[in-house]
Design a protein around this ligand. Structure first.
Ligand SMILES: N[C@@H](CCC[C@H](N)C(=O)O)C(=O)O
Length: 275
């Protein structure tokens, strides 16, 4: 079976053409291949499947085998993969995901893909949609986790996200707070956790602890969630640069949607000898 390793700002994926069911039991394949020592190493699997009302379906299986509704960095990689293999004459695609249809557009220079801009759809502050137990606005929640009290702002951006502003993302107890908040009992389907630090009027550093994958180098839906929440709180304008260890993602909040722009890179194409 052919596998393609790709990444978006270090959030890494193994892409598999699963139109003929090559992946088999996707959860156990993800756990095996994503393992950093016993497998290839990745934050998740991206499976390409047929879709009726879109160019293709993208499924995202986290490293722990759980299936997520959407993946921002993943869809940029998926768009580049789809372009190179199936539709090199086009630059815009519609991909079905569990969070609805996503519309990436490739940015090209001299015939090369330099980035991908994606219409990520509308954020939701509906408690039931996130989903989140209790009452009141998800935009201002106090939570007890890992012996600390945390003020969090929650939003559904295809997948559930919590945004936790802090003075410095380097000084938080990431290793304990991340998993404790991810699995906090108030979130029945768990949640992605973004610790965010404003570094300028419209620039933000983000450290994400992902549901089903733990610490990742970047999170596309997390970057969108961060931009939406900070804008909603009046702390930034509608467009922000999200600063990550491996580079930058640009997020723009529009009236009914959010646009994410960032890179999508290949690591290698290889053959898996046994599942
Ligand atoms: N890395 C992703 C999000 C992947 C899904 C997430 N782990 C979840 O389970 O919600 C991104 O770039 O958006």
């Amino acid at each position: 079976m052919e596998i393609t390793k790709m990444h978006g700002l270090g959030n890494d994926f193994i892409v598999i053409d699963n139109r003929e069911g090559a992946a088999g039991d996707a959860a156990s394949l993800a756990r095996k291949l994503c393992h950093r020592r016993l497998g290839v190493g990745a934050d998740g699997l991206l499976l390409l499947e047929d879709a009726e009302q879109a160019d293709a379906r993208m499924r995202i299986i986290n490293a722990d085998g759980s299936e997520a509704e959407m993946c921002g960095n993943g869809i940029r990689c998926f768009a580049r993969y789809f372009h190179d293999r199936f539709a090199p004459d086009r630059e815009e695609y519609a991909f079905a995901t569990l969070a609805g249809i996503m519309r990436p557009r490739l940015e090209m220079r001299d015939g090369r893909v330099t980035g991908v801009r994606v219409d990520m759809g509308a954020p939701s502050f509906d408690r039931g949609a996130i989903p989140m137990a209790g009452e009141g606005s998800p935009l201002n929640v106090r939570l007890e986790a890992a012996g600390q009290t945390v003020t969090a702002h929650c939003v559904l951006m295809g997948v559930p996200h919590m945004v936790v502003p802090c003075d410095s993302v380097d000084d938080i107890d990431f290793a304990h707070l991340g998993p404790a908040l991810e699995a906090h009992p108030q979130f029945p389907r768990k949640i992605n956790v973004n610790f965010v630090e404003l570094t300028g009027p419209n620039t933000v550093r983000v450290r994400t602890w992902e549901r089903g994958a733990g610490p990742t180098m970047a999170c596309g839906t997390g970057a969108c969630a961060t931009a939406v929440v900070l804008n909603e709180l009046g702390l930034t304008g509608p467009a922000v640069d999200i600063q990550l260890e491996a580079g930058c993602m640009h997020i723009e909040r529009a009236a009914q949607t959010v646009y994410m722009t960032g890179p999508a890179e290949y690591v290698f194409v290889g053959e898996l000898l046994s599942k």
